[in-house]
Write a protein that binds this ligand. Structure first.
Ligand SMILES: [Zn+2]
Ligand SMILES: [Zn+2]
Length: 133
């Protein structure tokens, strides 16, 4: 093998190494982040946001990923007055779920923007105490 061929062979090895590295990285990102390589939002309980349905009063959680997906699909409404986004309720299937805060002690979800007839605090304690109406 002359010197030129040896150098070319070395180049090929380096190239193959880079390909394996990039391919492995892509596979790893696919594996750890689900089906999407792009900036996927977290899909765990820690990122869950509480919602209350204005139609059937169902209280439910959505992870940031689910919210992200709903926004990508354009599967939400926004309230004409508060400009709050409303997401599809898993119970009545209407886009009437509005953002709320879940009482860490009792699990009640209080709307972030309660209407005149909505509870402004948890049914069993003062959560979220001190928040402006
Ligand atoms: Zn509902
Ligand atoms: Zn409470």
């Amino acid at each position: 093998m002359n010197r030129h061929l040896r150098r070319a062979a070395a180049k090929t090895y380096v190239l193959a190494g880079v390909v394996v590295l990039v391919g492995g990285l892509a596979a790893w990102r696919l594996f750890t982040k689900g089906s999407s390589i792009e900036d996927a939002a977290p899909d765990d309980a820690d990122s869950a946001v509480a919602f209350v349905c204005e139609g059937c009063n169902q209280q439910f959680d959505m992870t940031l990923r689910q919210i992200d997906d709903a926004q990508r699909r354009n599967d939400y409404d926004s309230d004409a007055q508060t400009r709050m986004m409303k997401y599809r309720c898993p119970k009545c299937n209407e886009r009437k779920g509005v953002r709320g805060k879940r009482c860490p002690a009792h699990g009640d979800v209080v709307k972030l923007a309660p209407g005149p007839n909505d509870p402004r605090k948890c049914s069993k304690c003062d959560f979220p105490k001190g928040q402006a109406p």
